[in-house]
Design a protein around this ligand. Structure first.
Ligand code: N01
Length: 862
């Protein structure tokens, strides 16, 4: 009988070591580990090439789970070199007595799922077999080297080294003619060192890379101790920041900042060394081509300033991919080595490597004689290490076949048909853009919790559902599509390996967003998983449109306060700031004027599309903002777009806000605006017989109440009402107010607080002027379009109001927009599907007003 374990862990790097500790020492399970390497260390056991070091500061590039380990270990450099990182992992293994769990020098040949007994049968390269209930693939992202496939390789008589399989003895390059192929992070690190020792170095470069100054320094003894003692404060907030390292927050967009200020910022961030130029400059550097070009130009100028050999600087300047869309590299004197007489740079993009000969490499008919050849050509990243495990899931499904079109999984960590398997730092999990030790801890913690959750329920199986995989694929593909990453031929995209399908291999939302999604999945009881026989519903965030998730990531990165924690002034500032999310302002005619209210004249704007003759339908648009915030400035762009897209005269009134002006000030003003519109529409080429009242959020409620007042007052006569994600009833408890209690953007708590501020103790809760649901009858109201957003706490009350209207005989169209959120209508600059609101409004107006204007089309992806 093969030996049985509760857990088998594959890999003894950062991930495998921590996994053994968690499962064995915390859960008390029987754990067996395997690693093909001769000892612990994972990537740091294999990658021993000269110059190998971390490029996230040592104090951050370390486990965070143990105060004791962090206090006992000290780092000698700001960015530790490979021998020190390996020594650190050996120290951790010894401290926690982890080595005895592993068999080293042993590869996994296959792991096959037994769907009757719910165990994995694991076979090793030694021919040993064992079974395990749960399988933890901690095999890393970059552990399968890309094989060199150069013609004539076998003829070359010199020494050949691959950086990721470097010998365990020193390699001496003194006086030798060395060639290096590959200028990624690895190549850049190794070239710096070898250039100083080799007799001559020839670098064969296919693609130049963006490399930033590392800023490494050796730390004096007292600083080492201080860092170890203060690790907690140094690392505080790391997990709440993009990439899992505490950094200065970026500004939201480089497009809003003048050139001199951008340059000053780049200079300051550049001088810090490491990642700040990417993570602390502008939040849209990886999504806006213009902003990215600006940073890229800055880096290219820096390269040109360093490299003196004619023509070489240009060759070293990356131009074929946006900044940071291939993994950023970091250097100390990389660009300087090309000024040395013993270093040559050969462009093998213009003229690829032809073949290897006995004595060198031939490029463009020229033979470059070499004694040593180093391959730094990268890895079959992300999927390679898992596909190579020989995984066979339910019904004989092989991972190789399952992933032939790219990875498909749930949260990057689990797969349908591969139960009880957790892929630590798996493809599409937050890892490529997340400080790896923290990513690893997060994933291992999640896997441990999943196993505990399963066992606590007396179950022996946990498995992602197909539905969860579908949603995760939709999300990671969508997030990637919002970025510039697809413009690079990189391992991020699976594009570095011939024949590998390019696609979504990495999670491009922030680490913080990923953590929020996994936490929510746990909170709702392993939503998206089957545990035993119980299938848990998808977590709410899993339904969101990817652009919404992208926005959440950006707002988190900005440290944006939750609305319900904001003061009135902060709420106003935040709501006004959302105008940055609205894209460009359309060129329409805008007239600023005033309208009379009980409290005197108030501002109002009239928008009319340019170049349209004749009378146009008129829409009075009431802005949102929870009765306490919002303004005609904040809805300027959406109003321009409505007028332009749909051929409307749009009238946007400013109305009085609570708490300074509580109920009924806002409804009195907006109703007065409707009355003004009816009397003045013709002045702006508007057709008062096609007068429509509309509003978003609180403005939706004000629009609905205006329709009620117009009916009861006998005018103005309204042709329609349009309620966009309306707040209808401040007191109601609906399922959507529970499911989306935390938002995004608007939380139930914030909505309740705003409504309470509006009513301000007036006791008007049951007044139909406070909420139209309290009207004795809804009959006789104009046709109504209710546009609700699936992931909005206000969703159900809007839809319920639509049903009530229909019940009262009103012509109603109620449309729910999947995956969208409250306020999405006014975020067209960052949520492309905001356009769907406009499309539905256009179609509705066509029907009720009987006109046929050319209509906008839906956002791509619909
Ligand atoms: O691999 P890469 P890497 N002919 O794929 C070239 C991590 N890391 O080992 O770009 C000619 O980035 C290839 O050219 P091109 C880090 O995550 C971290 O350098 O395909 N050239 C490219 O220049 C990193 O991203 C640290 O045109 C060929 C290079 O080889 C990841 O490891 C340090 C070629 C491969 O670059 C991988 O980096 C080092 C061919 N046939 C690595 N095939 C830290 O500091 C490939 N190339 C923590």
């Amino acid at each position: 009988m093969p030996q049985h374990h509760d857990i088998v862990v594959i890999g003894a790097g950062f991930a495998g070591l921590y996994a053994v500790h968690k499962f064995r020492d915390e859960l008390g399970l029987s754990v067996k580990g395997f690693d093909a390497a001769g000892g612990v260390g994972g990537t740091w056991w294999w990658n021993r090439y000269p110059g190998a070091r971390c490029d996230i500061e040592s104090v951050h590039y370390a486990y965070s789970f143990s105060d004791e380990i962090q206090k006992r270990w000290t780092w000698s450099e700001r960015f530790a070199a490979q021998p020190e990182i390996l020594a650190y992992l050996e120290f951790v293994a010894d401290t926690l007595d982890l080595r005895r769990a592993f068999t080293f020098g042993t590869r996994i040949a296959s792991a096959v799922w037994d769907d009757e007994d719910h165990v994995w049968t694991v076979s090793t390269s030694d021919g040993d077999v064992c079974t395990t209930r749960f399988l933890i693939a901690a095999s890393g992202n970059l552990s399968i080297p890309k094989p060199p496939d150069f013609a004539g390789l076998e003829q070359f008589r010199g020494e050949v080294y691959t950086t990721s399989q470097w010998p365990h003895r020193p390699v001496d390059f003194t006086g030798k003619r060395v060639g290096i192929i590959g200028t990624g992070s690895t190549g850049i690190q190794v070239i710096q060192e070898v250039a100083k020792q080799a007799g001559h170095l020839t670098v064969f470069q296919r693609t130049p890379n963006f490399a930033l100054p590392l800023g490494n320094e050796s730390l004096p003894e007292e600083k080492r101790r201080w860092v170890a003692d203060h690790h907690a404060e140094i690392r505080a907030g790391a997990r709440e920041s993009f990439m899992g390292i505490p950094f200065e927050r970026p500004e939201i967009s480089g497009t809003l900042v003048p050139a001199e200020a951008r340059k000053a910022k780049y200079d300051r961030l550049w001088s810090k060394g490491g990642w700040p130029l990417l993570v602390s400059s502008y939040a849209d550097v990886l999504s806006s081509q213009a902003v990215n070009d600006d940073v890229a130009d800055y880096v290219r100028d820096k390269i040109r300033a360093r490299v003196t050999k004619p023509g070489v600087a240009d060759l070293l300047c990356p131009t074929d991919h946006p900044f940071a869309t291939k993994r950023l590299a970091f250097e100390t004197d990389y660009f300087d080595v090309f000024n040395r007489d013993n270093v040559d740079l050969i462009d093998v993009r213009a003229t690829p490597v032809e073949r290897l000969t006995e004595g060198g490499i031939v490029v463009g008919g020229v033979e470059y004689p070499l004694d040593v050849l180093i391959f730094a050509i990268g890895f079959d990243a992300a999927t390679g290490p898992l596909v190579h495990l020989g995984l066979v899931g339910r019904n004989g499904a092989t991972l190789a076949e399952r992933w032939k079109d790219g990875p498909r999984n749930y949260l990057g960590i689990a797969m349908h048909d591969f139960p009880n398997l957790f892929t630590i730092t798996g493809p599409t999990s937050a890892v490529a853009l997340y400080n790896n030790p923290l990513a690893i801890e997060d994933h291992v913690d999640l896997a441990t919790d999943a196993v505990r959750y399963t066992l606590d329920r007396g179950a022996d199986l946990i498995e992602a559902t197909e539905e969860a995989e579908d949603h995760w694929s939709r999300i990671v593909n969508g997030l990637l599509g919002l970025t510039l990453f697809p413009k690079a031929k990189s391992w991020y995209m699976g594009a570095n390996i011939e024949g590998k399908r390019t696609g979504t291999y990495i999670f491009t939302g922030s680490a913080q967003l990923y953590r929020q999604m996994t936490a929510e999945m746990q909170q709702v009881g392993y939503g998206g998983f089957v545990v035993g026989t119980r299938k848990a519903a998808l977590p709410p965030m899993m339904k969101l449109d990817p652009a919404v998730l992208g926005l959440m990531g950006v707002l988190q990165g900005q440290g944006t306060k939750a609305l319900h924690d904001c003061t009135v002034e902060e709420t106003r500032a935040l709501v006004d700031s959302f105008s940055m999310l609205q894209g460009d302002a359309r060129d329409v005619e805008v007239t600023a004027t005033t309208y009379p209210t009980a409290a005197g004249e108030r501002p109002l704007r009239v928008y009319r599309p340019k170049g349209r003759g004749g009378l146009l339908p008129v829409v009075v648009f009431c802005h949102g903002g929870g009765f306490i915030a919002g303004s005609i400035d904040a809805v300027d762009k959406p109003c321009r777009a409505l007028a332009d897209d749909l051929g409307l005269v749009v009238i946007a009134p400013s109305y009085r806000l609570a708490p300074e002006h509580p109920f009924p000030a806002a409804t009195d003003d907006t109703f007065a605006a409707v009355d003004w519109a009816a009397r003045n529409a013709a002045r702006f080429g508007g057709d008062a017989d096609r007068l429509v009242v509309a509003g978003e959020s609180a403005g939706g409620l004000l629009a609905a109440v205006a329709a009620l007042r117009a009916r009861d007052a006998g005018g103005p006569r309204l042709a329609a009402q349009i309620l966009i994600t309306p707040a209808i009833d401040g007191a109601v408890k609906t399922a959507s107010r529970v499911e989306y209690a935390e938002g995004p953007i608007l939380s139930t708590k914030a909505a309740e607080g705003m409504f309470a501020a509006y009513l301000a103790g007036t006791g008007a809760e049951m007044s139909p002027l406070a909420s139209p649901v309290h009207a004795t009858s809804l009959a006789g109201l104009p046709p109504c379009l209710v546009l609700s957003a699936e992931c909005d706490p206000m969703r159900d009350e809007g839809e319920d109001y639509a049903r009530r209207l229909a019940g009262a005989g009103v012509e109603v169209r109620s449309i729910r927009l999947d995956g969208l959120i409250h306020a999405a209508f006014s975020m067209a600059g960052v949520i492309p599907r905001a356009r769907d609101f406009t499309v539905e409004i256009g179609a509705f107006l066509d029907d009720v007003l009987g006109r046929a204007e050319p209509q906008p089309t839906r956002a791509a992806g619909e």
